[in-house]
Design a protein around this ligand. Structure first.
Ligand SMILES: NC(=O)c1ccc[n+]([C@@H]2O[C@H](COP(=O)([O-])OP(=O)(O)OC[C@H]3O[C@@H](n4cnc5c(N)ncnc54)[C@H](OP(=O)(O)O)[C@@H]3O)[C@@H](O)[C@H]2O)c1
Length: 425
């Protein structure tokens, strides 16, 4: 993926000098833009057809509020023949995006000089929903007005516009019946939940086996902590759609009423059982689970999804049946996963790690299919996106406001995931 080619970067200073954000921006359709693209001219563009763009960038690791900067740059109207110019419609702020900026994430960004920042920089964010503004002459699968999501990881989505080198770096999405926020939030969390429920333990096969043995009460069980997270809510819903049953652990809210409301919310999504972390960590929880929900332990829980770590992860492991698998995909408590040795020896549990990026880079077609399938479910009203806190990103929105939205992401007890929703940019 490219942002600016060196040639365009060389032309930037003149265009940047001419651009004045405090005045209305003029539209100057140019013959070169018309010649270079198969689509029409953007309504709002800078002098000589340059697209004026802004990006939240960082040049070193640190806290988002310290290291993020809002950078203005221009994108040349003469697109390379294979490239695609996009306008961002919505881009979420995920915990991993913050970890990446902090320098603690598994994948490191490429700091590049292409945006013309004083120091080489990377653009924050990883997923989003984008609208095609114009395409190069050899682009055949996309046209102006199409909606796309990145096919690659580390995309850098917190920006108003992006020039992508190759159409193969994008997945076209049928926008019919979908909102930009729904499309922007599908690639990371719902896709992770989908893969973790399908790729480690054959829960659907276990459900069929159970029915064949005369189990009438329901499908196979899985258990998860962080159940009200984006991933957790997606797992609840997909699990329900696939006939699975789930035990879900959430942290209690400030009041009993709020806790009950959260439990009910998850049950409405399809959760079978919802408990607070306090209930979960009580001695004897595994026995309670067997007595109350899993038919005296005859219906073993064979998959656990852990995004918390610490005691919560140890307890999750204790709830698994013989040969069960715990998949760790996050560490929201920042505490390590400590496991009683007996679980490994006597119960032969398997401990795996899931990283969406590894899967997505290894199976690009699988990523495309997973995203399209989930969006199909959203369109049919069978899958609800997680609660979000929309933050409007207009052309005038100040750097401080954008940075604050990112900084708050790792705080607990949030009413919804932060999502930048782009207005007239
Ligand atoms: N490995 C992968 O490929 C992959 C892919 C997607 C996501 N993830 C990870 O999955 C996790 C959830 O991501 P998300 O985007 O779905 O989250 P999210 O929607 O932003 O929600 C955050 C979740 O973390 C919980 N949480 C926050 N601080 C916590 C703490 N100190 N102790 C316990 N729980 C805490 C929150 O519970 P409260 O509401 O109670 O605060 C909430 O359930 C993150 O760790 C993320 O990095 C990993």
């Amino acid at each position: 993926m490219a942002t600016l080619r060196p040639a365009a970067a060389a032309a930037r200073p003149a265009a940047s000098r001419l651009f004045c954000p405090s005045r209305p921006r003029a539209s100057f359709p140019t013959p070169s833009l018309r010649a270079a693209t198969t689509a029409g001219v953007r309504f709002k563009s800078g002098p000589y057809g340059y697209t004026q763009a802004k990006a939240l960038v960082y040049s070193k690791y640190g806290e988002p509020s310290d290291v993020l900067h809002l950078h203005t740059h221009s994108i040349s109207p003469s697109l390379p023949s294979s490239s695609v110019l996009l306008r961002t419609l919505a881009a979420p702020i995920n915990p991993a995006d913050v970890n990446t900026i902090q320098g603690t994430y598994g994948a490191k960004p490429t700091f590049s000089p292409l945006l013309g920042t004083p120091e080489p920089s990377a653009v924050g964010g990883n997923e989003g929903c984008f609208e095609v503004v114009s395409v190069g002459s050899s682009v055949s699968t996309l046209k102006k007005g199409d909606w796309v999501v990145p096919a690659t990881t580390g995309f850098g989505s917190w920006r108003t516009h992006v020039l992508v080198e190759d159409e193969r770096g994008l997945i076209r999405v049928d926008k019919e019946g979908l909102s930009a926020v729904q499309v922007a939030t599908v690639s990371v969390n719902p896709s992770s939940a989908y893969r973790m429920l399908r790729d480690y333990v054959d829960l659907i096969g276990l459900s069929v086996e159970g029915y064949n043995k005369g189990r009438a009460s329901g499908g196979a069980w899985f258990i998860q902590n962080g159940a009200n997270s984006g991933v957790g809510r997606a797992a609840v819903q997909l699990g329900k759609l696939w006939g699975l049953r789930s035990i879900n652990v959430v942290r209690a809210r400030e009041s009993k009423e709020e806790t009950e409301r959260l439990k009910e919310e998850l049950k409405e999504l399809g959760a079978t059982v919802v408990v607070t972390e306090e209930e979960f960590l009580e001695r004897g929880f595994a026995a309670r689970m067997r007595e109350e929900w899993t038919d005296g332990g005859r219906e073993e829980v064979m998959l656990g999804l852990n995004c918390v770590g610490g005691q919560s992860a140890s307890q999750l492991a204790k709830c698994l049946g013989e040969g069960g698998t715990m998949v760790t995909y996050g560490a929201m408590s920042k505490k390590p996963v400590a496991l009683p040795t007996g679980l490994l020896i006597f119960k032969d549990l398997r401990f795996r790690g899931f990283w969406l990026s590894r899967w997505a880079n290894a199976d690009k077609e699988g990523k495309r299919r997973t995203i399209q399938e989930i969006l199909g479910l959203v369109r049919e009203g069978k899958f609800r996106e997680s609660p979000v806190q929309e933050l409007k990103w207009e052309w005038e929105t100040e750097e401080k406001v954008l940075k604050e939205a990112v900084q708050g992401t790792l705080q607990g007890f949030r009413p919804g995931k932060g999502v930048f929703v782009f207005g007239e940019t």
